[in-house]
Design a binder for this molecule. Structure first.
Ligand code: 4NP
Length: 156
């Protein structure tokens, strides 16, 4: 199973999603590839936002080594499932991939926990530490759903 988490900048939300899911994958003894990317280039090469790093570390998740990269159409070939963390991100993915867009591979992440509700993981970029904790908690819960969903259908 190869999963890509995508947000706008790849510095706040998707690095947390990557780190949280990687930790759960390891704990479950699964052999998945988990990565993240952003649909814009403003922070390419940057480490995660300091508050994403801090909140992750407080929860035993180390994301300090991650570096932001931009989502590309090639990611559609490299991953089995691509999760947009918000609706504007999903629109960006459709715009970037154009006629290569694959409805079967790309979904809104929060629909895995609240099907059909089309909820966003809120963008904490202009917020404070409580906003990053809220994002962490949302991602922690939905990543549990991903483990349950895929570990039973696919062994690794
Ligand atoms: P992220 O947050 O998409 O969760 O990484 C953002 C980071 C940077 C920007 C927007 C959102 N930005 O526009 O620079």
């Amino acid at each position: 199973m190869r999963i890509l988490m995508v947000c706008l900048g790849n510095i706040c939300r998707s690095p947390l999603a990557e780190g949280i899911l990687q930790k759960k994958v390891k704990k479950a003894g699964l052999n998945w590839v988990v990565d993240s990317a952003g649909t814009n280039h403003y922070h390419t090469g940057d480490p995660p936002h300091p508050l994403s790093q801090k909140v992750a570390l407080e929860n035993g998740v180390d994301i300090t080594h991650q570096r932001a990269r931009r989502f590309t159409t090639e990611d559609l070939n490299q991953f089995d499932k691509i999760y947009a963390l918000a609706k504007d991100v999903l629109n960006d993915i459709q715009r970037i991939t154009g006629n290569k867009y694959d409805h079967s591979k790309v979904d809104l992440l929060m629909n895995e926990q609240y099907p059909g509700k089309n909820l966003d993981v809120p963008d904490p970029y202009y917020g404070g530490e409580p906003d990053f904790h809220e994002v962490y908690n949302l991602l922690d819960e939905v990543c549990d759903q991903l483990i349950l969903k895929y570990q039973t259908s696919i062994a690794s």
